[in-house]
Write a protein that binds this ligand. Structure first.
Ligand SMILES: [Zn+2]
Ligand SMILES: [Zn+2]
Length: 256
């Protein structure tokens, strides 16, 4: 293993925790990052303690990537293979996450996913809080799917590892109880990409909005909450947090 490979594996192993600590400091020191509160409800210390305990196995991402390296997968190097591996990982993960997430919401499989849903209000530590089985299935699905693809085209280890780093950074604030995206987000990017508000609705209402980085599959399979954009508008444009987990927003109410 090269020094570069070892370095990025270390980053993958710890970046999720570092990001959660960063957002904790932002909260504690009241640093102004234009954050708009989503739910005007408190997150209890017991929840954060449970999430921290679950986060002990989060570095599993790095272990699985290390095993992939040791068995000789993803050997291509260079900018071209890096870029297409990164894009293909993002595309595959979007499909894998949506399909497995929908499956985890079936009664017979929900035990795998129930731990993550104990957090009805999400926090940056919720991004690290999954059952061991769920994390294992998620990671094996990503790396296994890419390994199958690697039978047909050259794939670069750094492309997959970099996707994990990006995922762990975005997923950290993607689980906060505040939105950091600005008012203009929904005009273009938000028509395709998910937001923190988007995933907060999945936690508070327990179903709907299953997508990871994009709204594409939720729209295709009609699993998106119809007021998702209206809630974003209420929280970010009108600076009005929601007051109850099941609160819905009339889409006509917040048009400015
Ligand atoms: Zn879920
Ligand atoms: Zn979540």
């Amino acid at each position: 293993m090269t020094a570069g490979e070892a370095a990025i594996l270390c980053v993958v192993a710890v970046i999720g925790h570092l990001m959660a600590l960063f957002w904790l400091c932002v909260e504690d020191y009241e640093i102004d990052l234009s954050r708009d509160r989503i739910y005007d409800l408190p997150i209890k210390d017991a929840q954060v303690r449970r999430e921290l305990k679950n986060s002990l196995h989060t570095p599993m991402h790095a272990v699985i990537l290390l095993l992939a390296l040791l068995v000789g997968l993803f050997e291509a190097r260079g900018l071209g293979t890096f870029l297409w591996t990164l894009v293909l990982t993002a595309l595959w993960t979007e499909v894998w996450h949506y399909a497995s997430h929908r499956a985890f919401h079936l009664k017979s499989l929900h035990w795998i996913h129930a731990e993550h849903h104990k957090s009805r209000l999400s926090s940056p530590f919720t991004a690290l809080s999954f059952s061991f089985t769920e994390k294992l299935i998620f990671d094996l699905g990503i790396v296994g799917g890419m390994a199958l693809l690697g039978l047909f085209i050259e794939l670069n280890f750094y492309g997959i590892a970099t996707w994990f780093v990006g995922y762990l950074i975005i997923n950290s604030y993607g689980h906060a109880n505040y939105e950091i995206r600005g008012e203009s987000f929904m005009a273009l990017k938000g028509t395709v990409l998910t937001s923190t508000v988007y995933h907060a609705l999945h936690h508070s209402r327990y179903t709907g909005n299953y997508g990871l980085g994009t709204r594409v599959l939720d729209r295709l399979f009609e699993t998106e909450w119809p007021d998702a954009a209206a809630v974003f508008d209420k929280v970010v444009v009108h600076k009005e947090p929601l007051h109850a987990l099941r609160e819905t927003v009339d889409s006509t109410e917040v048009q400015s």
